[in-house]
Design a protein around this ligand. Structure first.
Ligand code: SF4
Ligand code: SF4
Length: 338
C-alpha cells in the first residue's frame, strides 16, 4: 500500500474511532454477505454452499445505502467467497461512495495481478486472508503452499492494506504452521494476526503448553494494535471465560445474503430482522441486550468493536430489554423453549 494512502486511511480510521467514542448511536462495523457460494469446503465451516447465486447488484447497493444511512463506519464484505461475486468491484465502489471504509475477507484463491489492480481501482482499503496450515489436508486447503504465489502478487500490486490471519487451537494438527504463516506475512510486509479457536465440539479448553508458546511468538510478530485489542485471547488461550459486553446487533451488524440482520455468523436468527426495516429502536434494544455466548466468544472483530463501549452502558438479559408491548412475545419464546 502506498505510504500516502496508508496515512490517509489511518487518519480516516482515527476520525471514525473518535466519532464512535463520542456517540454510541451508529454501527461501527458491518459484515455484508454478497454470496454464500464458495470454491472451497473447509471441514470446520458452516458458512458456505456450492450452489447459490450472487445477490443482484441493485439489492446489494440498497443494503449498502441503508448501512450508510445508519451511519456505519466500516463495511467488510465476506462470504462464502465474495471474490466469486461478478460485480464485487461495483459493491466496493458503492461502499466508498457512501463514505465508509471498504474491507474484504477472502480465501485468496482468485487473486491475479489483473484482479488486484481492479480492486485497487474500485477503492478497496482492507483485505484479510486466513491461512490455516502450510500443506493442504482433508480439513483445509487455505494453505501457505497453495497461496504463496497469490501473496506475492498481493505484495507487488495491492494498493490496500493486507492482513494475514493464522489460527491456533481447535485441534489444528501442526500448531507450528501458524509461525510459518506469520513469518511469511511479515517477510512480504503484511500485517499478521492470530486467532484462537475452540475445539471441534465448541468447548473452551486451554491451549497446550506448546500451542501457548507458539501463540505468544506469533502475537509478538503481529500488528501491535491488534495485539493490544485482542487481550481477550489470553483468557481464551487459558481456557477461561472472558467478561465483556458484546454489542452485536447494534455497533456490529452481520447481514446475510437474504438481507437479514443477525448478531454474528455464529448466532444467526437473532434478531433476524430485514436490514431495510432495521430501526434505531432495534439498534438500542440489541445494544442493551446481554449476549449469553459472550464469555466464550472468539470473534476478534466483534471483541474489538466492543472495546469502544465496554466501559459504559451495562447490559440486561434478553427478556428485560424488550419493550413492554412485546412482553407477550417473550413469554411465548420462554414457553416454546420449555
Ligand atoms: S474458504 Fe471460508 S467460506 Fe469457504 S469453506 Fe473455507 S472457511 Fe468457509
Ligand atoms: S458474543 Fe460472540 S458469538 Fe455471541 S453474539 Fe456476540 S459476537 Fe456473536
Amino acid at each position: 500500500m502506498r505510504k500516502s494512502k496508508f496515512v490517509k486511511l489511518k487518519l480516516r480510521e482515527a476520525g471514525f474511532i473518535s466519532r464512535a467514542l463520542l456517540s454510541t448511536r451508529h454501527p461501527v462495523l458491518a459484515h455484508l454477505i454478497p454470496m454464500r457460494r464458495c470454491n472451497l469446503a473447509c471441514g470446520y465451516c458452516n458458512e458456505y454452499d456450492h450452489t447459490s447465486s450472487p445477490v443482484p447488484l441493485d439489492i446489494m447497493k440498497r443494503r449498502i445505502d441503508k448501512l450508510g444511512f445508519l451511519g456505519t463506519s466500516i463495511v467488510t464484505i465476506s462470504g462464502g467467497e465474495p471474490m466469486m461475486h461478478p460485480q464485487l468491484d461495483d459493491i466496493i465502489r458503492q461502499i466508498r461512495l457512501r463514505g465508509m471504509i471498504a474491507g474484504l475477507i477472502s480465501n485468496g484463491y482468485y487473486f491475479t495481478p489483473e484482479r488486484i489492480k481492479r480492486l485497487n481501482k474500485a477503492g478497496l482499503e482492507y483485505l484479510q486472508i486466513s491461512i490455516d496450515n502450510v500443506e493442504p489436508d482433508e480439513v483445509s486447503r487455505k494453505s501457505l503452499r497453495v497461496l504463496d504465489k497469490k501473496l506475492r502478487y498481493l505484495s507487488e500490486y495491492a494498493d490496500f492494506h493486507v492482513n494475514i490471519n493464522s489460527v491456533i487451537g481447535g485441534g489444528i494438527k501442526n500448531p507450528e504452521d501458524a509461525l510459518s504463516v506469520a513469518r511469511r506475512a511479515v517477510e512480504l510486509k503484511f500485517s499478521t494476526t492470530v486467532g484462537v479457536i475452540h475445539d471441534g465440539d465448541g468447548t473452551l479448553k486451554p491451549l497446550s503448553p506448546k500451542e501457548k508458546d507458539i501463540f505468544q511468538q506469533v502475537k509478538k510478530m503481529g500488528n501491535k494494535d491488534h495485539a493490544r485489542l485482542n487481550w481477550f485471547q489470553d483468557s481464551i488461550a487459558e481456557g477461561k471465560p472472558y467478561n465483556w459486553r458484546c454489542r452485536a446487533g447494534a455497533r456490529y451488524l452481520y447481514i446475510c445474503e437474504d438481507g437479514l440482520v443477525h448478531w454474528c455468523s455464529q448466532q444467526k436468527g437473532y434478531p433476524g430482522i430485514p436490514l431495510q426495516d432495521y430501526s434505531m429502536a432495534d439498534f438500542d434494544r440489541e445494544y442493551k441486550t446481554e449476549k449469553w455466548c459472550a464469555p466464550t466468544c472468539t470473534l476478534q472483530c466483534v471483541h474489538q468493536v466492543g472495546i469502544l463501549d465496554n466501559w459504559r452502558d451495562p447490559q440486561q438479559a434478553p427478556g428485560l430489554t424488550k419493550p413492554e408491548s412485546s412482553l407477550k412475545d417473550t413469554i411465548h419464546e420462554v414457553l416454546s423453549a420449555e
